[in-house]
Design a protein around this ligand. Structure first.
Ligand code: DI6
Ligand code: FE
Length: 415
């Protein structure tokens, strides 16, 4: 490294590396330097050991905190219409499952999304994505699941991919055709799963529009046997799986996801120790979604103590969607994860960086500030990592680097 050029050198930064093997809380480096070359982190460490490099651009971070770019590993942020009326109905006492049984819920969004053009879906998703980026997010997972027919599912995934092409963010797409039984298949769940595995999923795989496959295993959605058919089809098409599991009851979803080496099992309010053990053995990440817990006023929190006991990685995500979790801030998700689920601020911050990367199958590429990783970073108007968790509604992100390029602020200056 000595004497060679590099693209960017950031100095005078307090760096929370979130490295798994760090010896300090958050992996903190108090007076840190980051050297960036070709969009990757070439060196990170203490100012005292700063390499002798000539940088094309040098930035003084003014003692501010730098973290890995935040990762929202579970969103449904492409949708048509809205579900404001359901929010009012739930507050008036009608529960989520009852609304779904009456044809509302996911199917209300399905009707509106089927009627929306790709351009309308894209324009509606843009401000939602921008709001996440304002919280220091550099990578987002976006699911389909409001089409529930081949044409609309493809359209949703194409919109998600376009967001990744045209906006300063990396997008992972997930096919969620098994999200709910659409109106035209009412009472014919198995026939709908035939359609998903024989027609929809092959079309999505053929188009190369999905990075993973998800399903909703729940008494108001699909059974273990139906989800297993979707997972077998995903495996046939070489796609990894993840699962909405144990949100409202325990149907053995975590064990099923683990049996298919699932990237993650998500929600997990009703997860039991057998499911935790299975996830630990399979390396399946737990993705906790406190937004849905909060908005549905659930009473049973996920078993964080069991996840810690069996060393199951814990990620956090917004689950941004128009019904169960219209939560538009990953920073607020950190706060809810700590206040409602009892996570520590360090676990919460790891949950939207290192562990969220693991839930998306990219732990080797992003999620920490370590040499060799992609230079996805967030810069904060504080030097305290816990400040990102302790304030609800504050957005202290002053800028982001995406692949080493400042995506806010003027090029070459600390954003
Ligand atoms: N579980 C959820 O909380 C969301 N999807 C799912 O499988 C609900 C999405 C919605 O209410 O529109
Ligand atoms: Fe979800």
């Amino acid at each position: 490294m000595n004497g060679t050029d590099c693209d960017l050198l950031i100095h005078n930064a307090r760096i929370a590396t979130l490295a798994a093997d760090a010896k300090t809380p958050y992996g903190l480096i108090d007076r840190g330097v980051i050297v960036i070359q070709d969009g990757k982190i070439a060196w990170v460490g203490d100012e005292a050991r700063r390499p002798d490099v000539r940088a094309a651009t040098e930035t003084d971070c003014q003692g501010r905190l730098i973290t890995p770019g935040l990762i929202d590993c579970h969103t449904h942020l492409v949708w048509g219409g809205d579900r404001i009326d359901e929010f009012e109905a739930r507050l008036a006492g009608t529960d989520y499952a009852e609304i779904a049984k009456r044809g509302g819920g996911i199917n209300a969004s399905v009707r509106a999304t089927r009627a929306a053009s790709a351009e309308a879906l894209y324009q509606a998703a843009l401000p939602r994505l921008s709001r996440l980026l304002a919280d220091g997010v550099t990578r987002v997972e976006i699911k389909s699941g409001y089409g529930l027919d081949t044409e609309t599912e493809l359209r949703m995934l194409e919109v998600a991919r376009r967001l990744g092409r045209e906006q300063p963010v990396t997008v992972h797409t997930t096919f969620l055709g098994a999200h709910a039984i659409p109106p035209e298949y009412t009472g014919r769940g198995d026939a709908y799963i035939d359609y998903v595995v024989d027609t929809m999923l092959p079309a999505v795989a053929e188009a190369g529009l999905a990075d993973a496959v998800d399903a909703f295993l729940e008494h108001i959605a699909f059974s273990p046997a139906q989800v297993e058919r979707v997972f077998e089809a995903a495996r046939h098409h070489g796609l990894p799986v993840k699962l909405h599991a144990e949100q409202l009851s325990n149907l053995g979803g975590a064990r099923l996801a683990a049996r298919f080496a699932g990237q993650s099992a998500d929600h997990l309010e009703y997860l039991d120790e057998d499911g935790v053990r299975a996830m630990a053995e399979a390396g399946t990440t737990a993705v906790l979604l406190p937004g849905a817990y909060f908005f549905l006023r659930e009473k049973q929190a996920p078993p964080v103590a069991l996840l810690r006991k069996h060393r199951v990685p814990i990620a956090l995500a917004t689950d941004l969607n128009p019904g169960s979790s219209p939560l538009h801030s990953l920073l607020a998700t950190l706060t809810l994860g700590c206040v409602l689920f009892g996570l520590t601020p360090e676990e919460a911050l790891a949950g939207v960086t290192r562990e969220a990367a693991r839930a998306l199958g990219v732990a080797g590429t992003v999620g920490t500030v370590e040499a060799g990783k992609r230079a996805d970073l967030a810069v904060w108007a504080t030097d305290k990592p816990a400040a990102l968790v302790a304030n609800l509604g504050l957005t202290p992100c002053v800028g982001r680097y995406v692949g080493g390029r400042a995506s806010w602020g003027r090029e070459g200056e600390a954003p």
